[in-house]
Design a protein around this ligand. Structure first.
Ligand SMILES: [Zn+2]
Length: 265
């Protein structure tokens, strides 16, 4: 694990990249911060988590780090031990963790719970949606440390790396570490309701767009031509044909749209 810091003092905010070794976008954002060394009003801890997996360009070495929290110093897996080290490094820091995906090109935020931090910070980020994982958070970083995760774009794309950079700067501005103003936007909020299982097959298809409502009765995915039909209307989230091994993604409900505060003269 690589640990660095901008500014002096004890950081209360942290930026994490490389939880998954095949998602290099966030690492580039951190390297750029280290190159440029911007003046910060609050110290910021910078962490590149799974260097071993990044070097091999694989998601993980032994197990998925983002399902291994809180981890254990005596764990038998690389990621089990790393999870524990990462939690010790992060302490009470508000953490911003960058990922990329095979499901959706536009950046979106993922939180454990729609709390005050989430509703304050996320509308100031260049994201199209905020997703609350609720009971699907087990083993993820934010089950242990207060974390805003962002999906920066499509895995391995140049756009995802550029988005990671913009997202990091917006986050650091929103929490007062970098100067300037953020742009506030309407932000739809989704809550995960179920997993969409994926049976072993040769060919997987996804017929729907993430964050766009699927009406009841519509087919939405297929495995070797066998379609799954929506029993009721839902919003697909993190849905992709080959992103995960056992699931296509998640179904979600839209629970809110956060609007920017209106200024009254
Ligand atoms: Zn990831």
């Amino acid at each position: 694990m690589r640990v660095a810091q901008l500014g002096s003092g004890t950081p209360e905010i942290a930026i994490v990249a490389g939880v998954h070794g095949d998602e290099p976008c966030g690492v580039r954002a951190i390297e750029r911060l280290l190159d440029e060394q911007p003046t910060v009003s609050r110290p910021v801890k910078l962490l590149v988590a799974n260097e071993k997996a990044l070097k091999r360009q694989v998601r993980f070495v032994d197990e998925d780090l983002n399902r291994a929290f809180p981890g254990d110093p005596d764990a038998e897996t690389h990621e089990g031990q790393l999870a524990n080290e990462l939690v010790s490094e992060l302490g009470d820091c508000l953490t911003f963790s960058m990922h990329s995906t095979q499901s959706h090109a536009d950046p979106f935020a993922i939180v454990n719970e729609v709390n005050e931090t989430a509703t304050t910070v996320c509308p100031q980020l260049p994201v199209v949606a905020m997703v609350e994982t609720s009971e699907f958070a087990e083993g993820r970083l934010f089950s242990t440390v207060e974390t805003i995760e962002v999906e920066c774009g499509l895995q391995g794309s140049e756009t995802a790396a550029q988005n990671a950079d913009r997202l990091t700067r917006a986050f650091l501005t929103a929490v007062g570490a970098l100067p300037g103003d953020t742009v506030r936007r309407d932000l739809p909020v989704f809550r995960l309701t179920d997993v969409i299982p994926k049976k072993r097959a040769e060919k997987y298809e996804v017929f729907v767009e993430n964050f766009t409502e699927v009406p009841a009765g519509d087919p939405f995915v297929a495995a070797d031509g066998a379609e799954q039909i929506a029993e009721e209307a839902f919003y697909p989230v993190l849905m992709s044909s080959n992103g995960y091994r056992n699931v296509f993604g998640y179904s979600a409900e839209k629970i809110d749209v956060l609007s920017p505060p209106t200024t009254v003269d």
